[in-house]
Design a protein around this ligand. Structure first.
Ligand SMILES: [Zn+2]
Length: 382
């Protein structure tokens, strides 16, 4: 199954403004009335508003969805880990449990060893992620709340839960990070669960080995790390939810981090190995890559939204290759570029010209020359 990832943004033009009071908004969405309580992140002159609720969910509310709106002077307070846990369990189908680690809250109805294995991967990524950026001169801020992952035991229950957010795509998207809910959602891709594994240390190890020996292991590990990388990036100040984040950057970065290491007992060891999925795809694309490919990749996100799976995969492959090249050849410039993006406001769209200008300002005015250097570099990658 091909990996796809969803990072949808709402295309509205808003003006940034802060408002500390607690807001109560009643909206009608998908034929349901929903009450949202939270703080305003961004407000538009036409009445549209971006609200963060106490669970960390962002609500982009169109004026026509709003039924009633009030506010008072109570300070906005995010729920703590135990309050979040209670609400999550009430929201999810029957049978879910929660496994907590230092930074994560994993909701699962898989076996406990599978959830523990996912959580261990998350924590390992967390440490690696912060160290990676610190070594490049960027000390990121710790997330303000526990990071939430929901792990379903099978594709069917995952798809029915994800249906509201993904629609028919839920059947082909095998895991995703939701910008709206700020959660990672996925299911047990290995199907290794439900086979009567106990909870002892020995049987957990057996269980993990079993997962890693499944044919789907490579994509399982890659998906877990990929989506968790998106989540981390949006919770430590590296990226801003609902800001104009170029997809070549978001996706290429997540692929840069995801590369599994199935020889390792956890399935993932280090950041930045060559992607054995994306490198061959990019090499194939090079056979008839258009001269303006770099420009079309960075100017907007349309190549990631093509109906053709082949074209989308080419965009993902080139995104990985470009991130790989820039991180290795222009590490300081890459961090400086990310810092420019991380200062953007939510729900403000950049024009193509702006995206290209920011890219040029960070890396090179001469994109033809940079592109030639990029291709020479990738051709030498083994
Ligand atoms: Zn992605």
């Amino acid at each position: 199954m091909r990996k796809q990832c969803l990072l949808a943004c709402v295309a509205l033009i808003f003006a940034a403004r802060s408002a500390p009071a607690l807001e109560y908004i009643k909206i009608k969405r998908n034929n349901r009335v929903v009450s949202v309580t939270g703080q305003v992140v961004v407000e538009a002159q036409d009445g549209g508003v971006l609200i963060e609720d106490q669970m960390g969910v962002l609500w982009a509310i169109q004026p026509e969805e709003s039924l009633a709106r009030e506010k008072d002077d109570l300070p906005f307070q995010r729920f703590d880990a135990s309050q979040i846990q209670v609400r999550l369990l009430a929201e999810l189908p029957e049978g879910f449990r929660v496994f907590t680690t230092a930074h994560y809250l994993v909701c699962y109805n898989t076996s406990t060893p599978y959830a523990q294995w996912c959580a261990a991967l998350y924590e390992r990524l967390y440490r690696g992620f912060f160290t990676f950026w610190k070594n490049r001169g960027w000390v990121l801020k710790e997330p303000e709340r526990p990071l939430i992952a929901v792990v379903f035991d099978d594709q069917e229950s995952y798809a029915s839960y994800a249906d509201e957010e993904l629609g028919p795509s839920a059947d082909v998207i095998i895991g995703y990070y939701s910008l709206q809910s700020n959660r990672v959602m996925m299911y047990d891709l290995t199907g290794a669960d439900g086979q009567g594994f106990g909870r002892s240390r020995a049987s957990t190890a057996k269980h993990i080995n079993r997962i890693l020996s499944q044919p789907a292991a490579e994509r399982t590990v890659a998906t877990i790390i990929h989506e968790a990388t998106h989540q981390l990036a949006f919770n430590c100040g590296l990226q801003i939810r609902y800001a104009d984040n170029p997809l070549w950057l978001s996706e290429g970065l997540a692929i840069y981090f995801e590369t599994p290491d199935l020889k390792n007992s956890r399935g993932w060891r280090r950041i930045g190995s060559v992607s054995r999925v994306r490198l061959p795809e990019f090499r194939q694309y090079l056979l008839d890559r258009p001269d303006n490919s770099l420009i079309t990749l960075i100017a907007d996100d349309h190549r990631f939204r093509q109906p053709s799976v082949r074209q989308r995969n080419q965009a993902y492959a080139e995104a990985w290759a470009l991130n790989y090249f820039l991180i290795r050849r222009y590490p300081r410039e890459f961090v400086a570029y990310l810092k420019v993006l991380s200062a953007k406001s939510p729900l403000v769209r950049d024009e193509k010209e702006q995206r290209i200008a920011e890219f040029k300002a960070a890396f090179s005015d001469d994109l033809e020359q940079l592109d030639a250097q990029f291709l020479r570099f990738i051709k030498r990658v083994k």
